[in-house]
Design a protein around this ligand. Structure first.
Ligand code: HEC
Ligand code: HEC
Length: 205
């Protein structure tokens, strides 16, 4: 077994045992905190992941996190890493646990993002704020907010790992993230260079 697979199974078992001890609803704060501790193995303490393949969850919009955990659990969000890392663990979460975890991560203070290549960030900022009208690419800010803080089902992008943001933009055009239908429309005319620039910009926020 690869180390991360082993980690995943250990994590899944730990979540199962935390949740199994809950008398009734897993929305209970202590239960949620203990479950969140398991998530921290990959997503970092309080959801502030330091590893690019594991998205940051700290400060994320609760409604968005609920939608994603539900999409993993129903096996609709089906990219390879989603299958390998999130299907098993989300299958152990009932609706109350999902809600509790989403609220917990929304309430955690996100650490500031990393700055990178200044030229790329400038290009990304322009796309983020203005879109690319000649290609029908809408401004990201119109849904994700001026400061990339997100709102409800529109995720926070500020400070998110650039490699993760880049990968998701490529996935929206495929059938592996069907809830991202709005995003498929946004990314369909973008080049990978443009996706990379905007990813670098939001990471720096
Ligand atoms: C073994 C590692 C691992 C563990 C443990 C884990 N995750 Fe994940 N999680 C991932 C990976 C990898 C992804 C990115 C999947 C992708 O690229 O599609 C992810 C993605 C997510 C996303 C989507 C984030 C976004 O911005 O769209 C959410 C929400 C999430 N995880 C919540 C949780 C919660 C809650 C727990 C604990 C109950 C948890 N994860 C435990 C590895 C893990
Ligand atoms: C019309 C509204 C809208 C616009 C404009 C928009 N987005 Fe989104 N975006 C969404 C929605 C809705 C989601 C959540 C999709 C889902 O639930 O899977 C999303 C999700 C994302 C995600 C996934 C985040 C994660 O944590 O997995 C990324 C990355 C993203 N958008 C980047 C962008 C970029 C870059 C732009 C500008 C080029 C942009 N978006 C413009 C609505 C929009």
């Amino acid at each position: 077994m690869k180390p991360f697979c082993a980690l995943m199974w250990t994590a899944a078992l730990a979540v199962a045992s935390c949740l199994a001890t809950a008398e009734e609803s897993t929305g209970d704060t202590d239960q949620v905190r203990r479950a969140a501790h398991v998530c921290a193995a990959c997503h970092g303490e309080g959801g502030n992941s330091t590893v690019a393949m594991f998205p940051k969850l700290a400060g994320q919009q609760a409604a968005y996190t609920i939608a994603q955990l539900s999409a993993f659990r129903s096996e609709k969000r089906a990219e390879q890493d989603a299958q390998a890392y999130m299907w098993g663990i989300s299958a152990l979460l009932d609706d109350a646990a999902i809600q509790g975890l989403a609220e917990y991560f929304a309430s955690q203070a996100p650490t500031p993002g990393k700055t990178g290549d200044a030229k790329l960030i400038r290009k990304g900022k322009h796309i983020y704020q203005e879109g690319i009208p000649s290609k029908g690419v809408q401004a990201c800010s119109s849904c994700h907010g001026d400061d990339a803080e997100g709102a409800s089902v529109f995720p926070r992008l500020a400070g998110q790992h650039a490699a993760y943001v880049f990968k998701q933009q490529k996935i929206f055009g495929t059938r592996l993230r069907p809830h991202g239908i709005v995003m498929a429309g946004v990314t369909k005319n973008m080049t990978q260079g443009e996706m990379r620039a905007v990813a670098e910009y939001v990471q720096s926020k």
